[in-house]
Design a binder for this molecule. Structure first.
Ligand code: HEC
Length: 304
């Protein structure tokens, strides 16, 4: 027995210090399960020892066992009485005291008191109602439906913003898309960083013309994003990775897409290859038509 008592606190301590089931550590979880099993085993053996002790007492000291039995019986009687009180039950022997003095066709009525549980419930609801009224209507401690709705909307909006900024800054050259609404912010970035080399309207200068169909490194949004991000250091185009955030690069790239075919004054001569813009990339519907025309020309050639 003393052995059991000695080990119990020690195991309890271990469980306390590793509390928090389902942590990332599998071994901690296994340890907790094992400890629970061990403690259950200890409990079971303690109960068995207890039973064995009792039967020994029954045999060796019968008077003591009898006394215990009586105590138990008395206890039971007390419990039953309080139960009856709560339920408002009167024993049949007391029925004659509460019978009411009238009778209809042999049916008599008992004047049973309202049971305590019922009164408890009844006054309890009144009390609850008062507290509720005070908390939600009078004091303003609790939020009513409208306030709760507003509160949740504010929280959701915050989460939405956080999600949007997170997804915007996760963008890279493989996931970037042309978004017209980003172009305005992109223009500001362009004005602040790029005009010195590419001209105020993208007509070109030190750097190439960004408004024509000719591109050194590709004219789709993904190509442009990549050029801006990594630059072309040997040719004087700065890598902007360190200076601009991915979201900002996506904005300025979207702005450059909007410069397509704007024909600014003093354009720099075309450099690179002519690009027919891909079908998926927003800007012009003509290019799709151009492409199909080219296809047609090709098939005609083949036919000849
Ligand atoms: C110091 C001058 C300089 C600055 C500043 C500069 N660029 Fe450039 N940029 C260049 C040069 C030079 C090239 C041509 C690189 C080559 O020849 O491969 C270039 C090329 C590019 C291209 C590819 C053009 C093509 O034909 O494929 C894009 C897109 C571009 N720049 C965007 C930007 C943006 C956006 C900024 C501002 C964030 C910027 N550049 C700032 C000098 C600059």
């Amino acid at each position: 027995m003393s052995l059991l008592l000695d080990t119990a606190p020690a195991t309890a301590e271990v469980v306390q210090s590793t509390i928090g089931f389902g942590t990332d550590n599998l071994y901690t979880d296994i340890l907790i399960v094992v400890l629970i099993v061990v403690m259950l085993a200890l409990l079971a053996s303690a109960l068995m020892v207890n039973r064995a002790m009792k039967s020994i007492i029954k045999i060796t000291m019968p008077e003591l066992a009898k006394e215990e039995k009586l105590k138990k019986a008395a206890n039971k009687g007390w419990m039953k009485r309080s139960w009856n009180k709560i339920m408002g039950i009167r024993p049949i022997s007391e029925e004659k005291d509460i019978v009411i003095d009238h009778e209809y066709d042999g049916i008599r009525e008992l004047d049973n008191p309202i049971p305590i549980w019922f009164n408890f419930l009844f006054y309890g609801t009144i009390f609850f109602g008062l507290v509720y009224l005070f908390v939600y209507q009078v004091s303003g401690i609790g939020m009513n439906q409208d306030q709760e709705y507003e509160h949740e909307m504010v929280v959701a909006e915050k989460e939405r913003q956080a999600y949007l900024t997170a997804s915007a800054s996760n963008v890279d050259e493989s996931s970037v898309e042309f978004q017209p609404e980003m172009a305005a912010d992109g223009k500001a970035i362009f004005t602040a960083n790029c005009v010195a080399c590419h001209g105020g309207s993208g007509e070109g200068g030190i750097g190439p013309n960004l408004t024509d169909k000719f591109w050194l490194h590709g004219g789709e949004i993904k190509d442009i994003f990549k050029t801006i991000k990594y630059g072309v250091p040997d040719k004087g185009m700065v890598p902007w990775e360190q200076t601009l955030s991915p979201a900002q690069i996506a904005q300025v790239a979207s702005y450059i897409i909007t410069l397509r075919d704007t024909h600014p004054a003093n354009p720099k001569a075309p450099q690179g290859e002519e690009v027919t813009y891909g079908a998926g990339q927003a800007a012009s519907g003509e290019k799709a038509a151009d492409e199909s025309k080219a296809d047609q020309a090709e098939t005609e050639k083949k036919a000849e």
